[in-house]
Write a protein that binds this ligand. Structure first.
Ligand SMILES: [Zn+2]
Length: 253
């Protein structure tokens, strides 16, 4: 199964409805992802915009530097394709790719539904800590002005008593994700210097005790990025970039 998936990726084949491409492939060495426990964190949840859950979303917590909220609705393309759905769909494609390489994968939410909310960002990070994930990847897209495009990462900055354990591995993981997305042909951000924001007030990063990064895959308000995000082929390309990033990270660690 792994050989088939890799062959399909190399050939740039699109498989319909998950049907594997039947390709003979030479023997290969085990993937660096074999046995790794990866927590994928698709940002937001569709129901975060459901007024029924306003009270839940209104919870706040101190994150080491700032008192912030549980979660937000996220952004959307101009055509109304929500970030929550984009993140969910990329995560599902990526999960399959990772499992094909022998990784164990957990998700921070089990649905993408207007009838569900959260979980809160601190609980997503606590899940990573509880299961002892080897890495946690938060998948997001930005809602910036129309001329801005491309991917960037948020990595944990130093917050005393909170992030000493994750600053270095988080920075390394962020660099690997940039390399992976670049190698998959995604467009680097034209508005974030070095495609890296060092953040001391991102709750999920601060609560995490495992290597973690937030990846903004593109700007949903940019026409070129939105077009890619809105197609299965585009989402598969983003997922492949994240897969390459994880391969890069674990091949160096
Ligand atoms: Zn987001």
């Amino acid at each position: 199964m792994r050989a088939l998936a890799i062959a399909a990726a190399v050939m740039g084949c699109i498989t319909l409805a998950g049907a594997p491409v039947a390709t003979v492939h030479a023997a290969e060495s085990p993937s660096v992802l074999e046995g790794r426990l990866i927590l994928l964190d698709p940002g937001h949840q569709l129901g975060n915009s459901n007024p029924r859950f306003a009270g839940k979303l209104g919870q706040t917590k101190f994150n080491g530097t700032t008192v912030k909220g549980c979660n937000t609705t996220g952004t959307a393309t101009n055509a109304g394709y929500p970030e929550a759905t984009f993140a969910w769909e990329v995560a599902r494609v990526l999960r399959r790719m990772l499992e094909d390489e022998g990784a164990r994968v957990a998700l921070t939410r089990s649905s993408n539904s207007y009838d569900a909310w959260g979980p809160c960002v601190w609980d997503r990070a606590k899940q990573a800590n509880r299961i002892g994930a080897d890495a946690m990847i938060s998948i997001h897209a930005d809602g910036s002005s129309a001329g801005n495009r491309g991917f960037f990462v948020l990595v944990p900055g130093l917050v005393k008593g909170w992030t000493e354990d994750v600053v270095k591995p988080g920075r390394r993981l962020g660099t690997s994700m940039l390399r992976g997305l670049d190698s998959a042909g995604a467009t680097p951000s034209n508005y974030i210097a070095g495609q890296t924001m060092v953040s001391t007030n991102t709750t999920g990063l601060n609560f995490s005790n495992v290597p973690t990064v937030t990846v903004e895959l593109g700007n949903m308000r940019n026409r070129a990025d939105a077009r890619l995000m809105s197609t299965p082929e585009g989402r598969k390309a983003y997922a492949r970039g994240l897969l390459e990033g994880l391969r890069d990270y674990f091949s160096r660690g």
